[in-house]
Ligand binder design. Structure first.
Ligand SMILES: [Zn+2]
Ligand SMILES: [Zn+2]
Length: 138
């Protein structure tokens, strides 16, 4: 298998929002919480934690805010046309972005190092052996 080449480009479903990931994510998590199930319309969401200066965005993004259960602010950026979620961030920690990176052109980079909120996981999904897991937010 060929090495992963940076930058990796990504785009929303309609192509209105484009971005480039310039360097490898700091970590990748799979989250099984109910919010992420709604967000992904699937069993879990994949999040790549990246430094804000390692991504370049193009195109208009809209924002939606909610409070996480932890009390942290969770701000979400999405495409105004197709609604595809692009990234989340905490405005109190603007240096770190939580990229919803399933729309990258090379998704091999998205292999999770840990699974979180396993307490809300779908029963049919089996976490691979040897991968860290946490009942809630670690
Ligand atoms: Zn779009
Ligand atoms: Zn979650």
């Amino acid at each position: 298998m060929a090495d992963i080449q940076y930058p990796i480009s990504g785009s929303c479903q309609c192509g209105n929002v484009r971005y480039e990931l310039l360097s490898p994510p700091k970590k990748v998590l799979a989250c099984h919480c109910k919010e992420c199930q709604k967000l992904s319309t699937s069993a879990f969401s994949l999040t790549a934690f990246v430094s804000a200066d390692s991504v370049r965005f193009e195109g208009e993004l809209l924002q939606w805010n909610r409070m996480a259960e932890s009390g942290n602010k969770s701000y979400a950026k999405f495409c105004p046309r197709c609604g595809n979620r692009i990234y989340h961030f905490n405005p109190d920690q603007p240096d770190e972005l939580k990229l919803k990176a399933a729309n990258l052109s090379d998704t091999r980079v998205l292999q999770p190092q840990a699974h979180i909120w396993v307490s809300q996981k779908q029963d049919w999904f089996q976490i691979p052996e040897g991968v860290a897991q946490f009942d809630k937010q670690p």
